[in-house]
Design a protein around this ligand. Structure first.
Ligand SMILES: Cc1cc2nc3c(=O)[nH]c(=O)nc-3n(C[C@H](O)[C@H](O)[C@H](O)COP(=O)(O)OP(=O)(O)OC[C@H]3O[C@@H](n4cnc5c(N)ncnc54)[C@H](O)[C@@H]3O)c2cc1C
Length: 460
């Protein structure tokens, strides 16, 4: 598709995450007030995305009498949680390849724990009647270049050749595919987050929005947090601030923000859905390093995201990075190539979000300051499901009781940090360039092989 066509299909789109663009978005809760600081709180959760919300809900489920307060700097689900593709995967390790490579001896256990985590997310949604379009139709992995076919294991049962995969979804670009049904659901992430916030409040959690925590200091028998000129005391703290400037200095080199871009179309007509044969609502992901993820929304739009992954010098997180014409036009062109049947379909929404990327490509966890402060971050673009596991890990670590989770090497180990600038920037650009080359040629160059040998995961 020429750039002019891509441009015209994007012309009426608004720069706004689809999920947040609804009159159903709840009004913000009141910020922290002096009255909230009158006593030492049991547990203060910082961050109102999935990780913080699950931590608040799980803390009350585990110990109903616990005094829990959640502080969100902006609004619930404002960032990654309200901007993602809504693929809720069982994987805790950003896929089997990454998990088996790093923790081969415990991977089977990680898989069991991940599936149980997804089952428990489904059970929570069901129990509390959270209307978030949860649909466990699974995910279809597709190959669109000849060298990607082998990765879908042609000799293993369930492999779909070109004819078979195009019966699941009719794109002329598909060469092969594989569906896995039970380990992925799609959902509306903002509605799940708003539902979790409501559940947390029903369980007795106080949620304060527009209350950014500026500092955190350990005192002899409590932790002090400062926000809005107020000082709050807490027995224990959960940090769930994802890609934002970590309140703990030790985490500053461990993650880098990488921007990911997304489009959503207008709702398709039944005839358009039929033209591409997308009947069973399976989510889709293609197999390149620069991969697209896409799915039908509950109102039959196509959400189409991924491909570009943009890092800005100095670990910069800034709303100015969100409107990147080049990335949106690339997405629109690739969409047209995948679904030529939909060439007249318009995009109504375009947006971006920052991904908390770490060198092991999946979340890491820790506890510090005499078991008073726990953190979970580094989900690297796969945190919709894994955030609940991360929340439980943090609560386990704060409780100080060994559990099946805290015994895992995956939980005990930390990723290698990124180097300082300008080396980080140069390394990330070189890696991006090399990954794009591998997509084009099917060959991993020296740089990627060196990273593989160092155990630095860039093989999503
Ligand atoms: C475009 C995009 C697509 C994605 N697609 C998928 C997908 O399909 N499937 C999947 O599994 N994952 C996906 N992800 C990743 C997933 O969205 C995240 O891993 C997950 O939402 C992380 O949740 P979180 O609570 O850790 O972070 P966030 O949602 O970023 O929440 C952190 C919150 O902390 C608040 N905060 C930060 N600092 C402070 C402070 N000092 N004081 C108070 N509050 C603070 C922020 O305002 C923010 O609301 C995607 C991410 C992006 C950006």
């Amino acid at each position: 598709m020429p750039s002019t066509d891509a441009r015209s299909n994007l012309a009426g789109s608004v720069l706004r995450p689809l999920w947040l663009d609804t009159p159903d978005r709840p009004e913000p809760r009141a910020p922290l007030s002096a009255a909230d600081t009158s006593r030492t709180r049991g547990l203060v959760v910082v961050g109102g995305g999935f990780t913080g919300l699950w931590a608040a809900v799980r803390a009350k489920e585990r110990e109903p009498s616990r005094d829990v307060l959640l502080l969100e700097g902006e609004r619930i689900a404002e960032h990654a949680t309200g901007r993602n593709g809504g693929f809720c995967e069982a994987s805790l390790t950003h896929g089997e390849g990454n998990g088996r490579e790093r923790w081969p001896e415990e991977y089977d256990e990680l898989e069991v724990l991940g599936l149980r985590n997804l089952d428990e997310i489904a059970a929570t949604i069901e129990r509390h009647g959270i209307d978030c379009g949860f649909d466990r139709s699974g995910v279809l992995a597709v190959a669109t270049r000849p060298h990607e076919v082998a990765g879908l294991e042609p000799d293993v049962e369930g492999f779909l050749d070109a004819t078979a995969v195009r019966r699941v979804l009719a794109s002329p670009t598909y060469l092969a595919g594989r569906v896995s049904r039970d380990d992925c659901a799609t959902l509306d992430p903002a509605r799940l987050a708003w539902g979790l916030a409501r559940v947390a409040e029903t369980l007795g959690v106080r949620i304060a929005e527009h209350s950014p925590v500026e500092g955190i200091t350990q005192r002899r028998d409590h932790v002090e947090l400062t926000t809005l000129g107020l000082t709050l005391r807490a027995e224990q703290v959960v940090l769930a601030t994802n890609v934002f400037r970590p309140l703990l200095r030790r985490l500053r080199m461990s993650i880098v923000p990488v921007y990911d871009y997304v489009l959503a179309t207008e709702p398709l007509t039944p005839a358009q859905v039929e033209a591409i044969g997308w009947t069973d609502r399976v989510g889709v992901s293609d197999s390149g390093n620069q991969f697209h993820y896409y799915r039908l929304t509950p109102d039959d739009r196509i959400l189409w995201g991924g491909y570009d992954a943009i890092y800005h010098f100095g670990r910069s997180v800034d709303t100015a990075h969100e409107d990147r014409t080049e990335s949106f036009e690339t997405l629109a062109r690739n969409f047209a190539e995948t679904f030529p049947q939909l060439q007249d379909v318009r995009f109504t929404h375009r947006w971006a979000g920052a991904i908390d990327t770490c060198t092991r490509f999946c979340a890491f966890f820790g506890v510090t300051r005499g078991r008073r402060i726990a953190y979970a971050t580094g989900f690297t673009g796969l945190g919709v499901g894994a955030s609940r596991f991360g929340a439980d890990v943090m609560l386990d670590l704060l409780a100080g009781e060994p559990t099946e989770r805290t015994r895992l090497r995956m939980v005990r180990e930390k990723p290698l940090p990124f180097p300082p600038e300008p080396i980080a920037w140069i390394g990330i650009q070189l890696t991006r360039w090399s990954l794009a080359r591998e997509d084009a040629t099917g060959r991993r160059n020296l740089w990627l092989r060196l990273l593989d040998r160092l155990g630095l995961g860039f093989d999503s």
